[in-house]
Write a protein that binds this ligand. Structure first.
Ligand code: GLA
Length: 363
């Protein structure tokens, strides 16, 4: 029997930059998924503590995906892909158990996939190594599930470090741990799960992604990462489409903000990153246009309650907001957010504080 845990994440800053070959700065959470892999007599059986289902399939490749419940494709995807890669995967039973809220933009899917891939790697002695674990985890989500996500979530779920944010270059997939300990500066990282229903998420995410690719193509660069902050005005002048201009401005300024936050954290100036977080939110709201009223309200309420910075985190169209709040004002800030939601007639948000935790590990 082999058991691994892999965490969900919040992204401190660097939104929709990963699939533009840019920079991200996520943090692994305490919440995560545990995957237990055991040998079985025949076939592949998958159970989840969060559903009452057991899904059993014949051993085989990705062609066997049709008709399988979506949650199980996140688990079976790795087995199908390994089979198609020529690995003789034996009969197995895999059980998963997660406490990452689903649909909240906290990467419950990366936690699930990375715990399964890490456990399989160890159980089968595959020795995939850091690059191989990341590549297989990404293929499960992109190729087996069919979600066109950009790789940040899997990277931090696998490689996160306690007490640190993970500065990732999504072009060469290298990562560096950067100190991130808000408590040492008298601050707390407050997470507001707005519980706003995701609206058109998949289509909107894919539309942003193809819009960015189109902008890069028109600008004659491999990816928007290659447009520098200095070259932004020229690039914007070259694009004669308002939507592509807005997408480009978001991605280029967001990459720049990630680098600025990393510099501040490395210099021990965490208490100065707030305005950059807030600028990121404004850019997502006005240029990338991926926020919803619940998310904007949570950001405004946090600011009014004394947060030094706040922004939506994750893919957008709902999900979570993060705020850096002075510890002394934490209770008041939570009350202020709950009151603002009640006054607006929104459903009750769920609030918790987050710390930076380690990535995937054997239990
Ligand atoms: C989702 C995707 C990530 C990333 C973010 C936006 O979480 O899974 O790859 O693109 O959205 O930053």
């Amino acid at each position: 029997m082999t058991r691994f845990f892999a965490p969900g994440r919040i992204n401190l800053i660097g939104e929709h930059t990963d699939y533009n070959d840019g920079f991200v700065l996520p943090v692994a959470l305490v919440q995560g998924c545990t995957a237990t892999v055991e040998d079985a007599a025949s076939g592949w059986a998958v159970t989840s503590a969060q559903t009452s289902d057991e899904v059993v399939v014949e051993r085989g490749g990705l062609a066997g995906r049709d008709g399988v419940a979506e949650w199980a494709t996140y688990v079976l995807g790795a087995l199908w892909l390994l089979h198609d890669d020529g690995v003789d995967v034996p009969p197995l039973r895999i059980a998963v158990d997660s406490d990452v809220p689903t649909g909240a933009g906290l990467s419950s899917s990366a936690a699930l996939v990375c715990s399964v891939v890490s456990a399989l790697d160890a159980h089968l002695g595959l020795d995939l190594g850091p690059a191989g674990l990341l590549a297989l985890s990404r293929r499960v989500e992109n190729d087996a599930v069919g979600a066109p996500t950009g790789g940040m979530d899997q990277l931090v779920s696998l490689r996160g470090e306690a007490g640190h944010a993970l500065f990732c270059d999504m072009r060469d997939l290298t990562s560096q741990a950067v100190p991130f300990d808000p408590a040492a500066s008298g601050l707390a990282l407050l997470v507001v799960d707005t519980r706003a229903p995701h609206r058109l998420v998949d289509g909107e995410y894919a539309a942003r992604r193809s819009g960015c690719e189109e902008a890069a193509k028109r600008l004659g660069v491999p990816a928007l990462r290659d447009v520098t902050a200095d070259g932004l005005d020229d690039a914007l002048a070259e694009l004669n489409d308002d939507e592509l201009r807005r997408y480009t401005r978001h991605v280029v300024t967001e990459d720049d903000r990630v680098l600025a936050v990393v510099d501040l954290l490395r210099a021990g100036r965490l208490d100065e990153i707030g305005p950059l977080l807030t600028a990121s939110h404004v850019s997502m709201r006005d240029d990338f246009r991926i926020t919803v009223p619940e998310v904007d309200l949570a950001v405004d309420a946090l600011h009014e309650a004394g947060a030094i910075g706040a922004r939506m985190t994750g893919g957008g169209f709902g999900g979570c907001v993060i705020g850096l709040v002075p510890v002394d004002e934490l209770d008041a800030a939570q009350d202020a957010v709950r009151r603002a939601f009640a006054d607006a007639g929104f459903g009750e948000p769920s609030l918790f504080t987050a710390t930076a935790e380690a990535g995937a590990r054997r239990l």
